[in-house]
Design a binder for this molecule. Sequence first.
Ligand SMILES: Cc1cc2nc3c(=O)[nH]c(=O)nc-3n(C[C@H](O)[C@H](O)[C@H](O)COP(=O)(O)OP(=O)(O)OC[C@H]3O[C@@H](n4cnc5c(N)ncnc54)[C@H](O)[C@@H]3O)c2cc1C
Length: 302
Amino acid sequence: MVKALVVGSSIPEIREALGAVASVEEKVVLAYGKAAEDGSLEQLGVKVYKLKSTHPDHIVAAVEKIFNELKPEIIIGWITKNNRAALSYFAGKHDLPMPTDVTSLKIQADGLVYTRGFLSERATAKEKVPFPAVVLINQKAFKPVETSGQSEVIEITPEGEIVKLLEVKEKALSGINLEEAEIIVGVGRGFKKKEDLELAFNLAELLGAQVGASRPIAADYKWLPEDAWIGISGKRVSPKLYIAIGISGAPQHMAGVMNSKIIVAINKDKTAPIFKQADYGVVADLYQFLPVLINKLKERKK
Ligand SMILES: Cc1cc2nc3c(=O)[nH]c(=O)nc-3n(C[C@H](O)[C@H](O)[C@H](O)COP(=O)(O)OP(=O)(O)OC[C@H]3O[C@@H](n4cnc5c(N)ncnc54)[C@H](O)[C@@H]3O)c2cc1C
């Protein structure tokens, strides 16, 4: 009988990872950080260990404890910073295979057949690893399970701290929820200064959209908080409509938006790579085009 340990810090993540191993007979969950405080843990209908910490050493110690007790063949979670840090250490220590960027899984009696993206999701590989294996899956690659039922919840005390935590500083977060957004206006380096982003926010308001950004805008210029950052090292989103404004279409950015239903690109350079991947393209200077578009939308709303 194959057993799986799902590791995650949010309920959507846990539901998706449970979906990825839906065919596995026995599943348990390690919910850490925010997920450990979430009341809906009680309704997952499986055995849940909760750990009120996000310290990778505590996660490793908790995974270790459950691994020794249950001997799961699969340890699985989303690709997040904490999962990467904790589970790669754990996999290295036990010399376990650790496929990442996994987008589909087939569980066989003697191992896992999976596909994973590489080259910023421009190519996929189909591979097989023996059990036990640690698997990091892409967000939104698997259908979340809609489990209901009473969970057995066991609290795990944080332990095993090797790295001492001296200070925790909250990141500036905007509270925007790009993962759930149906329309996203993406802003890139085509905007010349922070104040100009107001054009994008005006457009977003008229469309009922959220504003996301390419990495330079969030990480280098810090014009928007990090939770607006879209791409391979930011968030992967799947809106119905993605409007990329002043974004060149680098593979690392496009990997985050490839699940959008429709991509519209607005760029003044007709040779910008984004036009090869967009469903609709507008070759225009955003400073000329956006005010016109915003006015037209306002007129329509009257
Ligand atoms: C390991 C690694 C990970 C990375 N991860 C990410 C990631 O997660 N997300 C991400 O976004 N990037 C990521 N990057 C960076 C990525 O490679 C690109 O550098 C970045 O996406 C470029 O951002 P941009 O499109 O905003 O800027 P640029 O590439 O500079 O493009 C700006 C675009 O704006 C257009 N433009 C300029 N002025 C105007 C105007 N007035 N009107 C209209 N258009 C205009 C230009 O023609 C150009 O196409 C990563 C890079 C590495 C190496």
